[in-house]
Design a binder for this molecule. Sequence first.
Ligand SMILES: [Cu+2]
Length: 317
Amino acid sequence: MNSLALINEFLGQPPNASSHGYQIDHILEFCHWFMAALFIGWSAFFIYVLVRFRKSRQPAADHAGVRSPISTHLEFSVVLIEAVLLLGFAIPLWGKRVNQFPPGKEALLVHVVAQQFSFNYHLPGADGQFARRDVNFVSNSNPLGIDPNDPAGKDDIVTTGELHVPVDRPVVAELSSKDVIHDFFISDMRIAGDAIPGSLIPIWFTPVKTGTYEVICGQLCGLGHYGMKGTLVVDTPQDYQAWLKERAELAGTQTTPPAPAQRPPGEPTGGGTPGTIPPPGGPKPPNADAEGAGASPHPAQQLQNVPAPPASPSPGG
Ligand SMILES: [Cu+2]
């Protein structure tokens, strides 16, 4: 890091790895030096006043007060410097971040869907088309609710926790949330954005250094917030293509239906996707009653090790 970033480094700011980050670092660094100067100035003035107006030297209060215009000038220059910081640097930088998105073809678009307590990533795959998502399709094996009938979804890539992006290419991350407000924060990229249920909030950055970076949640979102971490891997273009290929192959194997999950003894082995619960009042999976009554031992038998009752009535009659 350059010699102008002493305070940022001292405060634990990791080295910048994005194309716009140095501008943020300059503002941060300047603000810290400016605040340090103000702190030293005001502290010195405070000590001077304590000594200068001590009781032994100034037994009676002076009701006229200060007549010198110096304090007005000092106050005015502080306001001026702050206005220049805000109007000259902070607002234009912010304006650039929210108004000048990279053109669609150039950028890599990824949907970031936050949930308690992880980040899911949805990439469009080779066809560049995102599949439709619907909350009704959400299950343990389909965390984003991707429509299985949408042909655009055949090559889509969904990952949880780890996202790969190529170096030197703008990334547009469209943020949303499945439950509460989270915040997608990558301090090495100098980027953060709230993920709010019901909203799609785009943010963008261009990674300029390959490496592995930490993604954290920047909003207190529940008991597991502290553990809501992910990884951003910035690859060379070759490594990125290899990762895409690997994910596509993995997705291909995942399209075959998973084997039924082993259920704890005594739990009904109904139809439907493992790990999903049929909605209350919805149609019962076939044979749920019969299997529930026949397959699991009678509760009395489990507890007291006595023979099962001779005939439990079958549901049909
Ligand atoms: Cu969170």
